[in-house]
Design a protein around this ligand. Structure first.
Ligand SMILES: O=C(O)CCC(=O)C(=O)O
Ligand SMILES: [Fe+2]
Length: 275
């Protein structure tokens, strides 16, 4: 008999969650390696890429201010040159509890928010293809409380790349610690100021497949050029406190019925669509 293989993915007990919460509060992001087997991420990527390619074929003729299409057929847009966004349909292999109900992610969010009453509010993706360029520095959320940097953020993106990310293929770049900026007069100036001023070095999130990371959407960041020969796909699941009004997930009733009790609670605000 061969000895049992040690698990290759991590559990909540493998992390110092208080320290991870401190990282998120101080830096505006935190990373968790080895949350999902790389082979599972590969299967997600295999299902994802043909969809993204179809969307790209449809949208490549123009950069468009609005996402269009239906989630199941491909809702998204070319956001900047060679950089595509796409919603993820709530169906296998994307609707995997190991992903949206990941025990480490949920334990972390419960520790941060002090409650398990939060919702899954988006399933989306950001995908720089070869030839994409720097995005302007930006935040992903409007200033919820002008003049007051809320100590607790009500809404996060939990992201996971579908390939290892690097300086070459357009890894995410973040200016740590900027999540508490709350001067409304500065909101439209960040890109100009960061390009002209003298600041500490920005941080690149060069991540290996199977890593999940939590993005405080207030933290200044930008996409970077992809100079590789492949698309750098990254999926994002949003988790939000109940009072934070944002998007909802679309799913068929049969998919909702499959959810665990916890999944049903987290996805109770989903829009039920015809299969
Ligand atoms: O995925 C990336 O590298 C950055 C994308 C981004 O920040 C955005 O589109 O809001
Ligand atoms: Fe962004």
């Amino acid at each position: 008999m061969t000895a049992a293989q040690p698990p290759t993915t991590t559990a909540p007990g493998d992390f110092d969650l208080d320290l991870k919460v401190a990282e998120l509060k101080i830096s505006g992001f935190t990373t968790f390696e080895d949350l999902v087997e790389p082979e599972k991420i590969d299967r997600v990527r295999e299902a994802f890429m043909p969809r993204l390619e179809r969307l790209k074929a449809r949208e490549s003729h123009e950069i468009h201010p609005k996402e269009r299409g239906e989630v199941r057929a491909g809702k998204g847009r070319q956001q900047f040159v060679n950089r595509y966004t796409m919603h993820i349909p709530w169906e296998p292999p994307f609707s995997d509890p190991e992903i949206y109900e990941n025990p480490v992610v949920l334990a972390f969010l419960e520790r941060y928010w002090g409650t398990d009453d939060f919702h899954v509010t988006c399933y989306h993706s950001n995908n720089p293809y070869p030839g994409s360029e720097y995005q302007p520095w930006h935040r992903d959320i409007h200033l919820v409380t002008p003049h007051v940097g809320l100590p607790i953020c009500p809404h996060f993106g939990v992201k996971f790349p579908l390939v290892d990310t690097s300086e070459e293929n357009g890894s995410f770049e973040v200016m740590p610690g900027t999540q508490y900026l709350a001067d409304p007069d500065m909101e439209k100036t960040y890109n100009d100021v960061l390009l002209r001023g003298d600041f500490p070095p920005a941080h690149r999130l060069n991540l290996k497949k199977g890593t999940f990371w939590v993005q405080d959407p207030r933290t200044l960041h930008r996409g970077t050029p992809n100079r590789s020969d492949h698309a750098r796909g990254e999926l994002v699941i949003c988790y939000s406190l109940p009072w934070f009004r944002t998007s909802t997930i679309e799913m068929a009733k049969a998919e909702y019925e499959k959810l665990s009790d916890r999944g049903k609670a987290m996805l109770s605000r989903s829009s039920i669509v015809q299969p």
